[in-house]
Design a protein around this ligand. Structure first.
Ligand SMILES: Nc1nc2c(c(=O)[nH]1)N[C@H]1C(S)=C(S)[C@@H](COP(=O)(O)O)O[C@H]1N2
Ligand SMILES: [Mo]
Length: 511
């Protein structure tokens, strides 16, 4: 291995290794369920005829994908080495080789049951690594080769040393990437495993109440499935806390500090309720809102045990990843179902929704209440602290604002003239909605029919029929709450405490 020529396959191999390692780490850190390699392995299994797959599993006496993954790795190593050799004289052949491999991974990832764009990120990262690293190594191999042609020892040695150092560094990056992926993946796997095995006494499956839908196709499901529930958080790497490691401390302006393990928590009485959660950043007509069956432990009881001191008016919540929010103490202690939630739609909280424990408070935007992965609650005063979003210009107080949306027809829809069925949702958690009205082109407000709701804390579906003549028209909606307050048409931005304005859509009516 004294000549540069012998090192081209090694360069290809190193580029391949670092690309795989970095994409593996990216998959683990981004919580993509499987790395591209595993996706390919599973793709191979899926494409393998049943008897062959069975034979392979029997022969290798292993039910997991290890043998297959190792097999694919060996094949890849050979390919990478070959690409490296190709790169010496035919750079584009090598590039094409890596791109084809990435293409195989893309197909494998997209063939999974619910692929999303983020699932492709590890493949893209891996491909970039391959190309950049191969280009780097090739550059130094070429210099080394030039020096060899010049045939003086003094020229050869420095370029050779540089190439070897670079190779060593890249090998180290591969190992580090592999380790990082392993550690992140293990933590995730452990949390996932304990999550799957959890059976929480008192948690029941959701039963959607009668009459909550208006029966118009195109209106979002009244109950939001966990997989469709919007996600907002600042954590690039989601905390993976196993229940056995979870502890909550309630302290600050209290007579009695409380420390609670997960077992302590779920040994208490479980409360369950339908609650709609929405984000203060939701634009008028936006979809940062979802409705779920939450199960957890009422905070009122816990805080009453801690006995807040006079003068306290806030609870500063902190999550495992350091995110903070300030919640009015009163909202956590009044009659509403403010809870430390452990389950969502009858299942242990999904990791990205705050497993093992998060806070849910009806009537408040998420940014001042719904702390995911909550581990600390300090009873305090609003005057004495700021929190993550208040530091960035958002309001300290975040009660939800009354809102309504038109979901059917869609914005820009073409509809026939005559009677037009419109439908959508409205919400004003913890107060409730008493009416919804729609308007065509600024005309008179027409009453909609409301579906049922189990309580004042969920959104409500509405349906109305309006008459439309051929031409272009605007439809508008507004809601009225249980106290008779009418949703304002004044337009406000989401900053600092939530958007206002009437959701308005355009339609074209044909004759
Ligand atoms: N730890 C943590 N909790 C958090 C946040 C966050 O960034 N970190 N975002 C909050 C915001 S702004 C909202 S709207 C809700 C969203 O909850 P979801 O992602 O389960 O829908 O979580 C809240 N809890
Ligand atoms: Mo939010």
């Amino acid at each position: 291995m004294r000549t540069s020529r012998a090192w081209w396959p090694v360069a290809g191999l190193l580029a391949g290794a670092v690309g795989l390692a970095v994409s593996y780490a990216a998959a683990a850190l981004l919580h993509v369920r499987d790395s591209p390699l595993v996706a390919v392995a599973e793709g191979v299994i899926a494409l393998t005829p049943g008897p062959v797959a069975k034979w392979a599993i029997d022969t290798f006496d292993t039910s997991d994908k290890k043998v297959l993954v190792v097999g694919i790795l060996v094949l890849l190593a050979l390919l990478f080495g070959w690409f490296g050799r190709l790169a010496h004289r035919r750079w584009w052949a090598a590039v094409t080789g890596y791109v084809v491999l990435a293409g195989v991974a893309v197909v494998a990832v997209l063939a999974k049951p619910t692929p999303s764009l983020i699932d492709l990120a590890p493949v893209v990262v891996g491909l970039l690594c391959w190309l950049v690293v191969l280009a780097l190594l090739a550059e130094w191999l070429r210099r080394w080769e030039l020096a060899e042609d010049a045939a003086t020892r003094e020229d050869v040695l420095p370029t050779r040393r540089r190439f070897l150092l670079l190779s060593g560094a890249i090998a180290a990056v591969s190992v580090a990437g592999g380790l990082a992926g392993r550690i992140a993946g293990n933590a995730r796997r452990r949390a996932e495993q304990s999550r799957r095995l959890l059976r929480i006494e008192g948690v029941t499956a959701p039963a959607v109440p009668d009459g909550v839908t208006v029966g118009v196709e195109g209106v979002k499901a009244w109950q939001t499935p966990n997989d469709d529930f919007y996600l907002i958080d600042t954590a690039i790497i989601k905390p993976t806390v196993a229940p056995a490691d979870w502890e909550l401390r309630i302290h600050g302006m209290v007579e009695r500090e409380i420390r609670l393990t997960y077992a302590d928590l779920v040994a208490r009485e479980i409360t369950e309720d339908w609650i709609t959660l929405n984000c203060v950043s939701n634009e008028v007509g936006g979809d940062l809102i979802g409705n779920a069956w939450w199960s957890g432990v009422r905070l009122a009881g816990l805080l009453a045990q801690a006995k807040p001191l006079p003068g306290a008016d806030a609870v500063l919540q902190t999550s495992e990843d350091g995110w903070t929010c300030g919640t009015p103490l009163a909202a956590l202690m009044d009659e509403r179902n403010a809870m430390l939630a452990v389950a969502m739609n009858g299942e242990p909280l999904p990791i990205e929704h705050g497993f093992p424990v998060r806070t849910i408070v009806p009537g408040l935007y998420g940014y001042v209440s719904a702390c995911k992965w909550v581990v600390d609650m300090e009873v305090t005063r609003f005057d004495d602290f700021t929190a993550y979003w208040t530091d960035k210009g958002w309001s300290a107080q975040g009660p939800v604002k009354i809102a309504s949306t038109i979901e059917v027809p869609g914005d820009g829809a073409d509809v026939p003239a005559g009677e037009l069925v419109c439908a959508g949702v409205a919400w004003m958690q913890h107060t409730g909605i008493s009416g919804v009205e729609v308007q065509v082109d600024g005309g008179r407000w027409q009453r909609a029919v409301l579906a049922a709701t189990p309580n004042a804390d969920t959104w409500v579906q509405w349906r109305a029929v309006v008459d439309v003549a051929p031409g272009k028209h605007q439809l508008r909606v507004r809601a009225i709450d249980e106290q008779g307050r009418i949703q304002t048409g004044a337009v406000a931005d989401v900053v600092p405490d939530g958007a206002t304005g009437w959701h308005t859509i355009d339609i074209s009516v044909s004759g």
